[in-house]
Design a protein around this ligand. Sequence first.
Ligand SMILES: Cc1cc2nc3c(=O)[nH]c(=O)nc-3n(C[C@H](O)[C@H](O)[C@H](O)COP(=O)(O)OP(=O)(O)OC[C@H]3O[C@@H](n4cnc5c(N)ncnc54)[C@H](O)[C@@H]3O)c2cc1C
Length: 493
Amino acid sequence: MTVPWVNWSGSQVVRPKHLRRPTTLAELQEILREAAGRGGRVKPVATGLSFSDILQGDDTLLEVTALLGEPDSGTLLALEPELWRAPSPAPLVRIAAGARIRQLNAALARAGLAFGNLGGYDGQTMIGAISTSTHGSGLTLGPLASAVRSLDLVTSDGSLMRVEPSRGLTDPAKFKRRYGSSMTLIQSDDWFFPVVVSMGCMGVIYSVTMAVSPAYRLYERRRIRAFSEVERELASLAPLKAFRNYEVVIAPYRRLDGDFDCLVTERNVASPELPRMPLPRGRQAAESLTFLASTQHAVIELMGNEPRMISAVLRAGLEALETGPEPHIDDSFLVYNVGFVNTAHVLSGEYFFPLRGGAFLRAVRGLLDVVEQNARAGIHQPSPLALRFVAGSRAPLSMARAEPHCTVEIAIFSGFPRAAEALLSYERLCLSLGGRPHWGQMHELTGRAGWLASAYPQLQKWLQAYRYFNARGTFDNHFTDRLGLSRLRGKAS
Ligand SMILES: Cc1cc2nc3c(=O)[nH]c(=O)nc-3n(C[C@H](O)[C@H](O)[C@H](O)COP(=O)(O)OP(=O)(O)OC[C@H]3O[C@@H](n4cnc5c(N)ncnc54)[C@H](O)[C@@H]3O)c2cc1C
């Protein structure tokens, strides 16, 4: 192949021997049979919004974005309630591999439904986001993967499996009557939870059935505060219990009084009688101007050439995001989306720390110290740190495994002077403090001998499923090579 496949941020340039874009399930099955038949390796990719080498493949790169079900079904596939053991207590939807969150939000809104939580962007496919344990913010709200109840997986011989937790949704007898030997039903926690967050290493997920909720509106307030005050409150976890979604964005350079500015976002469900109060048009226009490619370029150049200006630029940025005296009330999916900031050309790292024992607050202070030390060595941080909170996940390789975590995200404009050095210094610190990097974000040090097993005590559970679903090594890839997990290392053809 002459033209490489490049991800959204440009951080991964992939040069596979074959690039395939199936449009139907049958085509997907045929591609997998053909590649596996000749001992090739297959890497599924979606919209490529991940930054890391989980997107790298050497043989067959399989882009799933055109897998949208039958032409008339769109992004939502037909459910099969007639095969369930009992009616589901929550509304469920079945989502195709190629469906982007943005398209799904629109489809759900038309049906009077909404996702229970979302991250800050809607450009990803839902299944790509689930596969890396993508998350939003809220002490009681797990990563998106937590809402999955059932999934259809295509394995290397092209066969189709429906995988569910133990005592899952589907009645095995009814399933057998409909599908006979054409599809296998697996209902086991030991297989289901590993495969939900498997970064494309166990097969291609053709569809997921996930729980959603009736449509709702959110009330959002954003204001600038001193970080030392917010830090005291966070130590007791009180704000995380008071608000459904809570986020803190910290400007990492000291104010004159030695404290740090931070923007606190608080959200709760708005009562239905409150009218929508969208963001003022002027504010939206100002944001769109700020993130125009030409403006971004000028601001980045200014901060690169005159680092003493960074703190003023960041303060102005936080002020622009305050909600002011009027709250922001809108449909949930519009409020979750952080808007034009998503168009910034950045590279980003994100680390997960347990809330238990205040480890996350030590990590934040540690990162602020690293930013200060780096500045003395001429390495500058031109964007803020973002803290979000997420409930524990049952997936063995979810970064939010088992208990509530704080996520600390730190992004840097790609092309900003010494960006790679800065990101590496943050990763070094966060790993030394027990942080787990988001699989989809930049991470360079996770291949160190013993790191994976020490960071993920349930690794063996994940490996057991990986060996079962990936018995022929078809879904080994650069990432599993680097982590020393590949079944058939070096067998790429
Ligand atoms: C602007 C921006 C905003 C972001 N916001 C957030 C956020 O708010 N919260 C957060 O946690 N993360 C966030 N991320 C990270 C992003 O959500 C994840 O990296 C996500 O996995 C990307 O999804 P994708 O559809 O682009 O999948 P890709 O990046 O293409 O693939 C991700 C992984 O999923 C696997 N995969 C994809 N589709 C399938 C399939 N059908 N079957 C099997 N495996 C599959 C791939 O092999 C790969 O390992 C953001 C990233 C960007 C660039």
